[in-house]
Design a protein around this ligand. Sequence first.
Ligand code: SAM
Length: 389
Amino acid sequence: MTSGPKSISEKVEKYDKAVKAFTGRTPEDIEIDTGISPDVLFPEGKKILYIGDPFQVMGRHYDNSDFTTIDYEYGESAQFVFDEEKFRVEIDREADCVMDDIINEINNQRLYEEHELILEEVFPLVEKAFNKTQEAPFVHDDPKNYQEKYSKIVKLWKEARNHIGSVRYDLRQKIRAFDTQHVLNVDDMGEEMYYKDFKRTLDNIWYTALRAEKGFEDVPDFYKHIWFPLWLEIQEEEIKAGEKYSDEERMEQIKKRIRPYADNIRLKKKTKESNVIQAVFPELPFKDNSHDRIVASWSLSTHVFDKLSEEEFETCWDEIMRVLKKDGEAYIFPLYYRGFQDKTTMIDSLNEYLKSHPDFEYKLLDGYVEEMPDEEVDMSSTLLIKKKV
Ligand SMILES: C[S@@+](CC[C@H](N)C(=O)[O-])C[C@H]1O[C@@H](n2cnc3c(N)ncnc32)[C@H](O)[C@@H]1O
């Protein structure tokens, strides 16, 4: 059996790690993505299952016991950084690119003056953090002082990120205003693209700052709370078994066992009333007919669906139909994600499934909630699955 829930979950965790984004869309953001009103996606008094939200942003918005967030990795556990060498190479390269981008943006003079000023304010913050990052010792080069040095770097990247964060918020408001106009003239469209472009530049800097901040927080914790206890644990096993691992085998063992240790120090529930559960779709820890809505924003369609065979898709539809109540609906978006290019397998499996499941219905919706034919799946935004009475 290679198409069962377990194999899909393993696949998801393996691939997903590499491309995980630290996002947390609000109901308004989702309305911009899909055209669907939050009242339709998250109706009051209904049991809602929200798939994939590491920082539980939606669960904090709808903070009641009917709302459940699942993610296999949430809180500060998300994408825990333990490989210092790899992290340092990546962050140096990334931060270097970001600095180049800022300089190019300022120099090519296509920006509005106010945005040029924003970048001129951001640049020294990033530059300071970048210089300290480059000067930082590796843990093993300065075992006594690295913690203090790392926490200074974390502080500098945090300052840069917070500064960019407030500017990004204002830009989002501006872009939202474009999106709600719907009918645009050509000038407006150019203006909208310009704003989106500029926001993307800031998004890149923001993500780099976040990754740097997280990495320099995680690495010390890895050595203190994970590497050392794991080393002892493995040593004890070796003594018991009367055998020794090679260095490589020991490192393999450590890597395999990091997760529960990292979760122990990082998994954090951030909501008061709504539930947060560590789980992977399609291995849902819920009873049959238990939810009125399943909503997957930038999770299943962007992290999972591009990797599935027709049989694996069938497993997904089975799980959705099992957990939905009668009349229940699942909303999965965005389908237009550039990493999900070939949607033929998904469409074929939906049609196959339809043939043998009379209670199953699906629709493709565009960004204005108009129904789209299968052939126009590339222009669609949302896959809506209904469990009919
Ligand atoms: C890009 S974030 C999207 C967050 C939020 N929903 C939003 O729209 O901003 C995707 C999250 O989905 C989670 N995820 C991806 N596939 C999943 C699956 N099969 N089951 C549970 N969580 C999953 C990832 O761990 C990640 O935290």
